[in-house]
Design a protein around this ligand. Structure first.
Ligand SMILES: C[S@@+](CC[C@H](N)C(=O)[O-])C[C@H]1O[C@@H](n2cnc3c(N)ncnc32)[C@H](O)[C@@H]1O
Length: 272
């Protein structure tokens, strides 16, 4: 199945359409409260991913952590709050960054002191710092150039540092319909198979690349979102109209069936 083609401008335009607004009260109800106990994670794995990261990276107070594509910054705050590490989030969407900074100002001063956000395209960003660990959650499938994303991670991490990547991936039964839908509705331009993400990691110079299938977790998260969506139907119809609710619901059903019949997968990769 061929990956979609798009110019850099189209990808950036799609990014703004999708990520300028993930702070609506409806997002809070349907995603953050129903799946992530109120944490503003824009991913399918939530705390499971972060505790898995903590297990491999031991992000204690003396450690520095880099999150590429940090979105609302909740993962950065979670790690700083629960594990004490210093976290830098790199994000290109100005709306996401503004909200991430706003939330940081409202956080406990100890947490606020440990987190900072940088506005940059993660495909190009470079730093003189050398981080002790890195992560990139549910974002690699959104960038056209996965090797460039991994090159940024590799360049910013000290030798041997652990790196965790989660991504929506192509399942063994991927087809054109899902591939096209994932691009058109959610900007997924690099829906690679899990083993292809692993290969890209090795090509970028990572070693000890381990891979886990988290599709069952993605199905549970998607089911919760669908339940919350149905429970909030009246509110969403009143705020956005019946068509908007229908659209959201149908997209959720399509993702659920694609995860269940292995057209899509959810992958976790851990490397050094
Ligand atoms: C699905 S959200 C995940 C956010 C966050 N990692 C989380 O798990 O809550 C994807 C994020 O990646 C950001 N993103 C996509 N391409 C990017 C790029 N090239 N550089 C920096 N950020 C990017 C988007 O703007 C969006 O905020």
């Amino acid at each position: 199945v061929g990956l979609p083609q798009a110019t850099r401008d189209e990808i950036h335009r799609r990014n703004r359409e999708l990520y300028d607004d993930t702070f609506d009260p409806l997002w809070d109800r349907v995603v953050y409260r129903s799946v992530h106990a109120g944490w503003e994670f824009v991913n399918l794995g939530g705390r499971f991913l972060l505790e898995e990261f903590a297990r491999v990276a031991q992000p204690t107070a003396s450690r520095s952590v880099l999150e590429l594509c940090s979105g609302p910054g909740a993962a950065c705050r979670y790690l700083a709050e629960r594990h004490g590490c210093h976290v830098t989030g790199v994000e290109m969407n100005a709306g996401q960054l503004a909200q991430a900074r706003k939330r940081l100002q409202a956080a406990h001063p100890l947490v606020a002191d440990r987190v900072r956000f940088v506005e940059a395209d993660a495909l190009e960003w470079r730093t003189d710092e050398s981080f002790d660990a890195g992560l990139c959650l549910d974002s690699a499938m959104l960038v056209a150039d996965v090797p460039a994303l991994l090159a940024t991670a590799r360049a910013a991490l000290r030798p041997g540092a652990p790196f965790l990547l989660s991504a929506v991936a192509a399942g063994p039964r991927i087809d054109d319909e899902v591939q096209r839908f994932a691009w058109e509705s959610d900007g997924m331009i690099s829906l690679l198979a899990p083993e292809a993400y692993a290969e890209r990691l090795r090509d970028a110079g990572f070693v000890d690349v381990g891979r886990r299938d988290l599709t069952a977790l993605a199905i549970r998260s998607s089911e919760r979102m669908q339940r919350a969506l149905r429970a909030s139907r009246a509110e969403i119809v009143a705020a956005r109209g019946a068509e908007a609710w229908e659209c959201w619901h149908q997209a959720g059903e399509l993702y659920l069936s694609a995860l269940r019949d292995r057209r899509l997968a959810y992958a976790l990769l851990v490397a050094a």
